[in-house]
Design a protein around this ligand. Sequence first.
Ligand code: ATP
Ligand code: SF4
Ligand code: MG
Length: 330
Amino acid sequence: MALLDVRDLKLHYATPEGPLRAVDGVSFIIAEPGEAVGIVGESGSGKTSLASAIMRLLPTNVSCYEGQVLYKGTDLMKLSDEAFRRDIRSRTIALVAQGAMNTLNPVLRVGFQITERLLLEPGVGKEEASRRAEDLVERVGLAREVVQRYPHELSGGMKQRVGIAMALVMSPQVLILDEPTSALDVSVQAQVMNLLKQLKRDAGLAMLFITHDIALASDLCDRILVAYGGQLVEQGSADSVLPGPKHPYTQKLIASIPRLHGANKPDFLSGTSPDLVSPPSGCRFRERCPHAFEPCESKDPPAIKVGKEHTARCWLYQSDPVAAGEKTAR
Ligand SMILES: Nc1ncnc2c1ncn2[C@@H]1O[C@H](COP(=O)(O)OP(=O)(O)OP(=O)(O)O)[C@@H](O)[C@H]1O
Ligand code: SF4
Ligand SMILES: [Mg+2]
């Protein structure tokens, strides 16, 4: 049984133009403790919305929220809001939200902010909480005295570590990190990535690591999920997806990584991400795809097996010529 098993999850928002399908039938698993799964995709592909859907942190304009989120076999979508808040959020699955380092309260010491959630627990006193805050800042690589400081006394990298410490306060089994390093310079980014690797290795934390940077995801993650237009278009082990991307979008993402050596120039993807209120018919990538052929316009491709535990939503891999139609590259 998988640790986390997300099945056909949907989160649509009501907008004046109609429902916006930010998460549109997403399925994936985190198999076991200590596994890191990376979600990679461009801006607007629905990554943060997927994290919000799993954490049940929803805005008021939700028009559809359905699917299954199984944690060790129990469907969290069936829990009441109160049970979810009490037993799941922070305690079982915790989130380091996008831009978390900029949302620390400027007038509260970081130690208090780290333990705010813990202090809601019955029987937890201030002394125990402040000891826990010191242990946690130490665990994320900061000096214990940092708990006494205010956010403006910390660098960006330190604030991000505090954000991670806050998420760890209830000892969750699964940590969702939404772009945890995108506002940091490269050397600080590397330090935070090393911290995440250490937490994964030593504490057996399972992670869902959200990023627009596939190279960064490959550094940490065992498996890679590629998001495009509210769907996951490719999934597989990092060892399989990175050297052999199958979906044309993933191929473009990997080709766009700048390289220090070699003659190959980065190949950037042209065009804009699909309108999620009225996405293109058939394959959502077809207006930007260099390989689009007949069936791509009429039918949305299912996840097709392209390797061992590796799938791609692309008609190029449909072996049944009747279903796929004749290939006529444009
Ligand atoms: N409350 C909302 N109401 C309407 N549309 C929304 C709402 N929240 C997000 N969206 C839209 O949903 C889509 C997915 O947004 P989301 O923030 O999940 O993308 P993302 O992949 O995290 O992007 P980024 O990489 O920029 O963080 C976007 O088109 C966004 O504008
Ligand atoms: S299904 Fe067609 S349009 Fe979509 S990625 Fe594959 S070839 Fe391109
Ligand atoms: Mg986001």
